[in-house]
Design a protein around this ligand. Structure first.
Ligand code: 5AD
Ligand code: SF4
Length: 473
């Protein structure tokens, strides 16, 4: 996998090094795993480090600083990180042989969960940094320079969201048309399978003024669609400019007044926090897109109870009915865990029934896997892997059928598409329908950043195809 040695020993590599020394610029490589929140955090870390002289590179071997931005949701997450770290260590040693430095940082939820254990097991690591501490990266790097390995996995209280603010001003030019903004972090729900309450801490909301400020900067840089992020985003409870409480629908209303901000989305939501007010905003706010990621995890009440979800399948059906009453066209998506401890064939059938009854635009399935420290890890009725795999295949088949039918039902319709980038082939541009489907269209690049009516003409596995309703040159 490692092309580093030959690359670096090429004659012009030395010239590049000399140029770097002259300009004082250094190279940063961030490898991000997992959720949108992590992808967003990766951009933030790059932003924080840009004023420190770091430019991003796509070549890990060329980096002065490698950050592994880890995800704890993945199966055997910590083990995979240690195996990846073994590979990075080899690159670090190869650079050292050439007299070049490489710092290694482990960020994200595995950093939060494992802390000092990471440095104990892999001595090549210089920094371990939890998600609440990214604004401290420059200072930590300086400390690591002087005193060796540094670990920061505290949950600071007052400045919890500070890492999200300053960089928003520093570098907004390259965000594209659709961007993410974190508005809430952490979770108090304690589902028995999930590490988030332990790795991301208690639920906290970002002040409204800061969110609006960041959104305004993004819009000024050309962003037209913002997805508001949070592990429990619909539990958002910020305070507004006057110090009054502001919930997610209130925030949506304020954001939709920003001129040039055409579309808003939010994820991930918990069924118990779908308030009437939030549902009403789906009817009244044109900028709020008719797409909702609303994980239910299982269709069995027995399993939902064991998961500590604090709702039954019937509550989920009720929420869906309330949303569809105001937005009949809403596209729904959900996460499901297959093979949670104690899941019987009957429980599994209830999940299949729920999927059939609701009708999803997209579903994400996860085989249950033990997260040390969570109640699920202590349960003694674990489901055999082979059973999980077999059930997963059945789920996938049902959901694939629904997704294809959903996409096919778009054919012949005219939809407003927000164009985001060049398409797959020359002369094509790609964008999103309100329902978060990707559409490829023959059209001119100047339409990127605008919403244009498109007639949907066909589908493939992952995209729709369409043609501009009015020909534009
Ligand atoms: N095992 C399998 N899937 C999990 N998820 C969270 N924790 C686990 C686990 N221990 C899934 C849930 C969640 C999604 C992001 O990851 O479905 O909604
Ligand atoms: Fe994890 Fe979501 Fe449950 Fe919170 S609500 S514990 S983030 S699965």
């Amino acid at each position: 996998m490692n092309t580093f040695t030959s690359d670096r020993s090429a004659p012009d590599a030395a010239a590049v090094d000399r140029a770097e020394i002259k300009t004082g610029r250094r190279k940063l490589f961030v490898k991000s795993y997992g959720c949108q929140m992590n992808a967003y955090d990766a951009t933030r870390m790059a932003d924080v480090l840009a004023p420190e002289g770091y430019d991003e590179t796509t070549d890990m071997a060329d980096a002065d600083l490698v950050i592994l931005n880890t995800c704890h949701i993945r199966e055997r997450a910590a083990e995979k990180v240690f195996s990846e770290l073994g590979k990075v260590r080899v690159l670090k040693e190869e650079r050292a042989a050439l007299g070049l430095d490489m710092k290694i940082a482990v960020a994200g939820c595995v950093a939060q969960a494992e802390g000092a254990e990471i440095i104990r097991r892999q001595k090549a690591v210089d920094l371990v940094i939890g998600p609440q501490n990214y604004h401290r990266l420059p200072e930590m790097l300086r400390r690591a320079e002087k005193a060796g390995a540094v670990i920061e996995t505290e949950f600071p209280i007052e400045d919890k969201f500070d890492h999200l603010v300053a960089p928003a001003r520093a570098k907004v030019a390259s965000r594209g048309v659709a961007a993410f903004v974190t508005i809430q972090e952490g979770c108090d729900k304690f589902c028995t399978f999930c590490v988030v309450p332990y790795t991301r801490g208690a639920e906290t909301s970002r002040p409204v003024a800061r969110i609006i400020e960041e959104a305004q900067h993004l819009v000024a840089a050309g962003v037209r669609e913002i997805t508001l992020l949070g592990q429990n985003v619909n539990a958002f409870h910020g305070s507004d400019e006057a110090g009054d409480p502001c919930s997610l629908p209130g925030l949506v209303i304020k954001l939709s007044r920003i001129p040039g901000l055409l579309r808003l989305r939010y994820m991930t939501s918990h069924p118990n926090d779908m308030t009437d007010e939030l549902i009403a905003a789906h009817a009244s706010e044109a900028a709020l897109m008719p797409f909702l990621h609303l994980p239910v995890q299982s269709g069995s009440d027995r399993i939902l109870q064991a998961m500590n979800r604090k709702h039954r399948a019937s509550d989920y059906f009720d929420v869906v009915a309330r949303i569809r009453a105001v937005r009949p066209d809403i596209a729904l998506s959900s996460d499901f865990i297959v093979g949670f401890p104690g899941e019987t064939e009957g429980d599994f059938q209830a999940t299949l029934d729920l999927i059939s009854r609701v009708g999803f635009a997209s579903c994400y399935f996860f085989k249950y896997s033990i997260r040390p420290g969570t109640p699920g890890a202590e349960m003694d009725n674990q489901v055999p892997e082979a059973v999980k795999a077999e059930r997963l295949a059945r789920l996938q088949k049902l959901a694939d059928g629904q997704r294809h039918a959903y996409n096919k039902s778009a054919v012949g319709k005219i939809m407003p598409v927000l164009f985001e980038k060049k398409g797959r082939h020359p002369g094509q541009i790609a964008g999103k329908t309100p329902y978060l489907q990707t559409v490829q269209v023959d059209g001119p690049e100047h339409l990127i950043g605008t919403i244009v009516d498109v007639e949907i003409t066909g589908t493939s596995t992952n995209s729709l195809f369409g043609k501009l309703v009015e020909q534009v040159s």
